[in-house]
Design a protein around this ligand. Structure first.
Ligand SMILES: [Zn+2]
Ligand SMILES: [Zn+2]
Length: 347
């Protein structure tokens, strides 16, 4: 088993250190990828800190992976050495259940295999993208369009698909009014994607501090949710509200901004359960739902859409030694809008 240099978390709160992860030799259907770029997702930090349950340390996180194919198994036909590819939040699923067969591998009835902190049948734990290379089943490898600036593409594999999938599902497009709640790593992608789909886009953010960015990235309107006037002024205004924040919000206040048959989709996970007043759903026959990343086919569709429209996230490239500082900035909401680790600095 090849040993690979990685940034590993030794415990919940210690700084990441250089360590080693072990990758399998490529099997017949495996793709070995030399990782070039790894995005930093808030989930990486939640996982390491133990916010979502106990973690076996040391753990290497990272599920926004962009790299180049360095070897393929003898049955692989879709990829060749040298191809630009990506890996997102999952590296496996049963492929047999109803959801897998319908292209919703992220909802596999037998559980999707997470790119990191996923349990393999032999009890081993999957290790993520803050590392020099990874070996992945070809069915969970994505093709990254050649025309996109490679160093900015990694966050599409989580932040991109997480916002693209619900916007597509609920038909964001011409004539639709879409509100994006939050202007962070997810929210700014939601703005770009909904704008490219042809929708009229409004950002709802706590303050107006990122208004210029929001308008530049494609929003038509920008409102501060800290201003009580906002909720009165925008009543019944939207067809789709995409909630990208994971801090607690008053869902009823937001639901009242939906017009008839409008839908509010949450992609963030707040620490506490939300309280919903059924009356806000009766009125206007409103819908409240959630969305979890996207299936493999949808993820490829998203990447191709981004290629056609020239969409990439706003990123700051950092070296391997800057990740600890970057995590602090992510926790303090100081990142604009996604950090990407240059994996060539990890040696
Ligand atoms: Zn993520
Ligand atoms: Zn399945």
């Amino acid at each position: 088993m090849p040993a690979v240099t990685a940034l590993t978390a030794p415990s919940a709160h210690a700084p990441l250190t250089r360590g080693t992860v072990y990758r399998r030799d490529p099997g017949p259907h495996d793709v070995q990828i030399e990782i070039r770029w790894a995005g930093i997702c808030h989930s990486d930090i939640h996982t390491v800190r133990g916010d979502w349950g106990p973690v076996p340390y040391p753990l290497t996180v990272g599920h926004e992976i962009a790299g180049v194919v360095s070897a393929i198994g003898d049955q692989v036909t879709a990829y060749a050495v040298g191809d630009r590819v990506g890996v997102g939040c999952m590296v496996g699923s049963c492929r047999e259940c109803e959801n897998c067969r319908n292209g919703f591998e992220q909802h596999c009835r037998n559980g999707m295999l997470d790119t990191y902190n996923g349990k393999l049948p032999d009890g081993a734990v999957t290790q993520g993208g803050y590392s020099r290379s990874i070996v992945v089943d070809e069915n969970y490898v994505l093709r990254i369009p050649e025309n996109l600036p490679f160093e900015k593409t990694a966050p599409l594999l989580c932040a991109g698909i997480t916002t693209y999938s619900p916007l597509r599902q609920w038909d964001a497009g011409p004539g639709k009014r879409v509100a994006i709640v939050g202007m962070g790593g997810l929210g700014h992608m939601g703005v770009k994607l909904a704008h490219a789909m042809g929708a009229e886009v409004t950002v709802l953010s706590q303050t107006l501090s990122k208004k210029e960015d929001g308008l530049r990235l494609g929003a038509d309107h920008y409102h501060a949710t800290g201003d009580p006037q906002t909720f009165a002024a925008l009543r019944d205004a939207f067809d789709i509200i995409l909630n990208t924040v994971s801090v607690p919000i008053d869902h009823n206040e937001y639901l009242r901004l939906l017009r008839f048959d409008g839908v509010m989709v949450s992609v963030g996970v707040p620490p506490e359960p939300a309280s919903l007043d059924s009356m806000t759903l009766f009125d206007n026959r409103r819908i409240y739902t959630g969305s979890k990343i996207g299936g493999i086919a949808a993820t490829q569709e998203m990447l191709d859409f981004c290629g056609e429209h020239g969409i990439v996230p706003e990123v700051e490239i950092i070296g391997a030694d800057e990740v600890t500082r970057a995590w602090e900035n992510v926790l303090a909401s100081k990142v604009r809008y996604r950090y990407v680790i240059d994996i060539s600095t990890l040696s």
